[in-house]
Write a protein that binds this ligand. Structure first.
Ligand SMILES: NC(=O)c1ccc[n+]([C@@H]2O[C@H](COP(=O)([O-])OP(=O)(O)OC[C@H]3O[C@@H](n4cnc5c(N)ncnc54)[C@H](OP(=O)(O)O)[C@@H]3O)[C@@H](O)[C@H]2O)c1
Length: 260
């Protein structure tokens, strides 16, 4: 097995998807503070341009580019263009995603399809563009942004949690191959972080973390290179413990705790 690769500023640029808001935006700024050049992509160019201006004066910088992760051909073209214009992508943080709570009845099939198309299908489109390049040169670092909601089925999370469980399983499985070709595969499993996405929640969010703190922890995790980056540790450990329980106890416990 090759040594674990960790991106350094001189190696190339970072590519962050979903960088116009929330975690992607926070990590882009933190990376620029740490001296990295970041290609920040999302669908809203005006917001990305504002972000690039906010990074003025930091030791690294942020370059905005439009990219809809659900457009497979568009993402292939975007990645080729990034590398042609700015050099190799040393780290890809595949972060873009979306969330909507759903119920069994009424069953909102379009919401399920939309979340699977963006969170899973979009991430696959990004992997299809970047993996061949990184594996071809035998170095690179890729992190998928999943969620602790992917550990186990939580109430109202059958669509979102399903997409995040898929990403966790994908990253675990891909790691066997990427290790062999010198590419570091990581999974980011945040709990609740203060972003526009969680602002929609009307339920309690235990251990809700400020965005700055979460962004630093993610960048620290990229530097150390361990497979899983998860926080806050309290929520992550509680959910990991719950998934060890027999289903009969799990459903009773979580059902009671989240009633209403
Ligand atoms: N906040 C949390 O507590 C939390 C916890 C666990 C995991 N996560 C995960 O973290 C990631 C970011 O979440 P967030 O809280 O930062 O949410 P957010 O503030 O809503 O940001 C979502 C980002 O994804 C982008 N995006 C959405 N659809 C896209 C598409 N089709 N193509 C390209 N970009 C797209 C959005 O940009 P445009 O609209 O400009 O395209 C935006 O930049 C998500 O994958 C989410 O599931 C969040």
């Amino acid at each position: 097995m090759k040594a674990l690769y960790r991106a350094k500023p001189q190696d190339g640029v970072w590519w962050i998807t979903g960088a116009s808001s929330g975690i992607g935006r926070g990590v882009a700024l933190e990376a620029a503070r740490r001296g990295f050049r970041v290609i920040a992509t999302a669908r809203r160019l005006d917001v990305l341009q504002e972000l690039a201006r906010e990074a003025d004066g930091l030791s690294g910088h942020i370059i905005p580019a439009v990219g809809d992760i659900s457009d497979a051909d568009g993402i292939l073209h975007l990645v080729a263009q990034i590398e042609a214009d700015h050099g190799p992508i040393s780290l890809a943080f595949l972060n873009a995603g979306t969330y909507r709570p759903v119920n069994a009845h009424p069953f909102d099939a379009p919401a399920f399809r939309m979340m699977f198309a963006v969170n899973v299908g979009g991430t696959i489109n990004c992997l299809a563009a970047i993996l061949p390049l990184m594996c071809g040169r035998s170095w690179g670092q890729i992190a998928l942004n999943a969620s602790v909601a992917g550990y186990i089925g939580l109430p109202r999370s059958s669509a979102y949690g399903g997409t995040k469980a898929a990403l966790i399983a994908m990253a675990e499985s891909l790691k066997f191959d990427t290790d062999a070709c010198g590419v570091t595969m990581q999974i980011v499993n945040p709990g609740f972080v203060e972003t526009p996405l969680t602002a929609k929640n009307d339920h309690p969010m235990p251990f809700l973390m400020p965005l700055d703190k979460a962004s630093k922890l993610i960048c620290d995790g990229f530097e150390t290179g361990g497979f899983e980056i998860t926080f806050p540790w309290q929520l992550s450990r509680i959910l990991k413990f719950l998934r060890l329980l027999p289903y009969s106890i799990y459903f009773r416990l979580v059902g009671r705790a989240t009633q209403g």
